[in-house]
Design a binder for this molecule. Sequence first.
Ligand code: DGT
Ligand code: MG
Length: 553
Amino acid sequence: MESDTALDDHSRTIIHVDLDCFYAQVEMNKNPKLRDVPLGIQQKNIVVTSNYIAREYGIKKCMLIEDAFKLCPNLVLVKGEDLHDYRQTSYKVTALLQKYSNLVERLGLDENFIDVSRIVSERLETGANCDAVGNIFGDTSDMCDCGCSERLGIGSIIAQNIREDIKVQLGLTSCAGIGHNKLLSKIAGSRHKPNQQTVVFPNSAVELMLTLDGVSRIPSIGVVLSEQLNSIGIKTVQDLQSTNISKLSGLLGPEKAKQVYDLSFGIDRILVKSSGKPQSIGIEDSCKSISAETEVKEKLVQLLNRLLVLVAEDGRIPRTIKLTVRKFDKSSKLGVRETKQCNINSSLFTCGDVTKLGENALNKVMVIIMRLFSKLVDSTKPYHLTLLGLSFTKFHQRSIGKNALTNFLVKDIEVQSVTNIKCISETDEPSYETPCSSTAESPEKEPGPVRKKSKTSDIVAKRRFVKETEDCESPLKLRVAELRLNSTEKPADSNQNISCPPNADKDVFHALPRDLQEELWEEYKQTRERDIPDKPLGKRVKPNSIRNYLVPR
Ligand code: DGT
Ligand code: MG
């Protein structure tokens, strides 16, 4: 069978980041004395990982403690059965990566894929340097001319920025692989360790795959599949490349056979799937010294404007704003970070094409920010700040992007509930002067006071409840049975009416423009396909799903 390498899509730029000796690094950061000794992390009677000093003694992952001591009698062991700190650090890393792209996919606790295609094309437009940095796998003399080498070159620069950021912000070193798909980026990243990065260009994809020691080393091939392949004599990547596809199809079915076969050539069409939106979107600027309020204001306006761009891109509406300052302490010569936050009125944001502040709202938000500032810094006395930061948190899980279907449905709810989202926001969060929460908290701490339910939202809730109990066919109620339709059910062809999904109000649906009807149908279809196979309804609803507006709360 012919491989599709010539037809392979090189348009994306994917970075795979894997933290070095993850659990060991977390422990070394907690106790810096451990940095200079051979360190093993113990779970039961096994060393699950070790720092790189211990690895020089031949300590390997999942080695028995007694065997490890034979190799390294000085080995220091730290218990690593409580995963709390590892998990917490892991989420901080993902949150940091989400500043670079919305498309961040977590893989275990210490690996993430980041699709940086968008930043790459932005940098390309500005004529940025495209020369790859770090290690390059393979020969670069016969490069593809579709533009992928420039894109991957920029990708490698972004990877370097990301790794530096992780080091500076979280004190962790990492490895990165850069490729045009997930498979290649992951394998490339493992070529040079620790604290290094490797880029692979498409012309070296096959060569990279051939470096793997057997099909079981291909990342998406697990134990079962690898045994299946072994059973028909496919042991090496080369075996898989030269296999007879009908033999493979007989074993795996045509679709999977093609997918597995393509992997052996470094072709992977599975896209990076976002693991979720960040809990907070923030931006910080460090500076030598800020000691006057005019400078503070100027800096904060700049930060707010930059932050608003990120919020617009994100599409959700924030409910809390947080100000961070770093005060320089003369005696210790160290910077001390302090934060204060308060709720903001969601109605400050407009529900137009993108999430943005309404008219005059920028000034109002600046008043709030400066009020937070006065609570953090006594400006009647001299002060010396070395960092200012702003972030938004506690987002409404609602997309208000252009053409977002949810926009339409929000309006539907307005009509059906005889209210509107703006009103809900206004009464829900009566003012932007709600009490400030405590200072110097950890990023994980839940911000702000408990949200009170407004009369309006009570009305909405009651109406929903009344509708649901009174009328089983309510558009606001999504029932399991209604979702379980035949897969053959389709909207009618272009000349006919599009079928109204059972979870939507028929009158409202038919009043929609055709493209929205189609979009609604498609979303319904996808939701149904996702929901039917295993998990019960209600556990798989995406944050921004239309169903959030239809499912009773
Ligand atoms: P690396 O990436 O080779 O520098 O080293 P690590 O330690 O980051 O290894 P990695 O990326 O395979 O796994 C991340 C963490 O997951 C690692 O620090 C400890 C834990 N871990 C890895 N493999 C196992 C395992 O087989 N069992 C258990 N319980 N934990 C494991
Ligand atoms: Mg790792």
